[in-house]
Design a protein around this ligand. Sequence first.
Ligand code: NAP
Length: 344
Amino acid sequence: MNQSDTPVENVVIVGSGPAGWTAAIYAARAALNPLVFPGRATGKDLMPGGQLMLTTEVENYPGFPDGVMGPDMMQTFFQQAMRFGTRVVSDDGVQGQDDASGGLYMPYQNVKKVDLSQRPFHIVGDGGYECRAHALVVATGAKANWLGLDNEQRLAQSGGGVSACAVCDGALPMFRDKELAVVGGGDSAVEEATYLTKFASKVYMIHRRDKLRASKIMADRALNNPKIEMVWNSVVVDVLGDDMIEAIRIRDTQDGNERDMAVGGLFLAIGHTPITGFLNGQVEADDKGYLVLKDTYRSTTSVEGVFAAGDVADSTYRQAVTAAGMGCKAAIDAERWLAEQGIA
Ligand code: NAP
C-alpha cells in the first residue's frame, strides 16, 4: 500500500499490558480515538494482556482487596479501554467495542516494523495492517527471561509453583512455610530471595558461579540472611512435579554431577529483555535495551512524538501499578504534544 493511502491516527499504542490499556483509557477519554496493537497470542514477544496473562493471582494491585487473577485483571483493563472508544487491530482489521467481543483472546496484531524518520510515523502490523500515526506510545513491556525448560514452562503456565516474579506471586498461600529456590545472582535475585524469606521456611539461591553479580550491599543482605542458603556453581536442568513443583534437578557446573533438591516453589530472576525489536534502534535505549526517557518524570523519548510507558522503559520497578501510572503519563504527554502541534 502506498504510504499516503494509509489512515492517519492521532495516537497508536503498541502493547496491551497495564501501561498500554491505561494509555488507551486516558487517550480515549481525551477524545484522541486511540488505536492499539495488542500483540499476538502465539508470538513469543508481545502478547495480548502482557506478562500478567502468565501470572496467577495478583494481590498487590490496589482496588482488589481479595486479589484477582492476572488474566481477569487484564480483561477488565481491556473492557474499560474499549468502553471509551479505543480500537484494536486484529487480523480482521480495526475493531471497536462491539466487534472485539472475544476480549483479549482474539487474533490481534503485533507491530512488525515502524518508520519514525518522518511524521506521521508509518506503522506496519504483523498481520499486514498499515497505518500512520502522529504520536506513538510504546508500551510493549519487558519479558522475563526463563531457563527455557519444558517443565519450567508447563508449571509456570499452570500455576504449579514456578514464577518469574516473586514480588507478584511469592505471598501466595501455596508458598507459605515451604523451602523455595531462586535462580540468579543479580540484584533481582537477592531482592526476590530476601522478599521470599518473609513467607518461606528457607530460600535457596541457585547461582551458576561462585560470586554474586548483585551490588555489595544487596549481596551482603543475602549472604547474612539466615534463611537464605547459597547453592553456588549450579544450574537448574529440570523441574520435577506433575501439577505442582516437587523438586528441581540441579547440575554442578564444576564436576557435572546432578542431584534433585526438594522445593515447593521456583522463582527465576535471571534478568528481563525489553521488547523493542520492532523499533530497529530508532529510539534511544540503554545498554540493556530499555528505552531511555528524556525526562525521568515524563514519558518522552529520543524521538519527538514517541512516548514510552511501562516495563519497556523501566528496569527498576516493573510492577503492574507502576506500568499503569506510566501509561497514564504517556497518554497525557501525547495529548499535550498533539495539542501543541495543533493536531488534536
Ligand atoms: P542481572 O543483573 O542481569 O542479573 C541476572 C543474573 O541472572 C546474573 O547473576 C546472571 O548470572 C544470572 N543468569 C542470567 N542468565 C542465566 C541463565 N540462563 N541461567 C542461570 N543464571 C542466569 O539482572 P537483574 O538482577 O534483574 O537486574 C537488572 C538491573 O536492575 C540491574 O542493573 C540491577 O542492578 C537492577 N536492579 C536493582 C535493584 C535494586 O537496587 N534494588 C533490584 C533489582 C534490580 P551471571 O552473574 O553469571 O551473569
